[in-house]
Design a protein around this ligand. Structure first.
Ligand code: 5GP
Ligand code: ZN
Length: 114
């Protein structure tokens, strides 16, 4: 989508610190990290949010989750534990409307989240 910031990051039209890329996903450092490790995993295909997914996207969603775990391993936080968050819609706190998983770790995470 032409005016989507994460599509532009996936297409490398906007610079980002990419930590993983494959045929369906890109993972890059969040510009405003909320933990020592804070990586965003996005699909290359533009999907607005979890609410925009269909049965046919099950494999894509699974791939994004597995990519999140791969990034956690790469960052050395998989053994100690980490959190994957997917903010969805206004009440979910979503601010960029291109589906993304936050991979957060490197410190103890709190519960309940804010
Ligand atoms: P959301 O609030 O939609 O769940 O998360 C959006 C995330 O994208 C935020 O954590 C924010 O810091 C990050 N973000 C927004 N714009 C950019 C950008 O241009 N580059 C990078 N690397 N991260 C961004
Ligand atoms: Zn997009």
């Amino acid at each position: 989508m032409s005016d989507c910031i994460f599509c532009k990051i996936a297409e490398k039209k906007i610079p980002s610190k990419i930590v993983h890329e494959d045929e369906r996903a890109v993972a890059f450092e969040d510009v405003n990290p909320q933990a020592p490790v804070h990586v965003l995993v996005i699909s290359k295909k533009h999907v607005v949010s979890m609410a925009d997914l269909h049965e046919a996207d099950a494999s894509l969603l699974g791939h994004l989750m597995l990519t999140g775990h791969k990034v956690a391993k790469q960052k050395g936080i998989a053994e100690g534990g980490y959190r994957i968050v997917v903010n969805t819609g206004a009440n979910g706190g979503q601010s960029v409307f291109h589906l993304h998983l936050h991979v957060l770790g490197g410190r103890a995470m709190h519960w309940p989240p804010g």
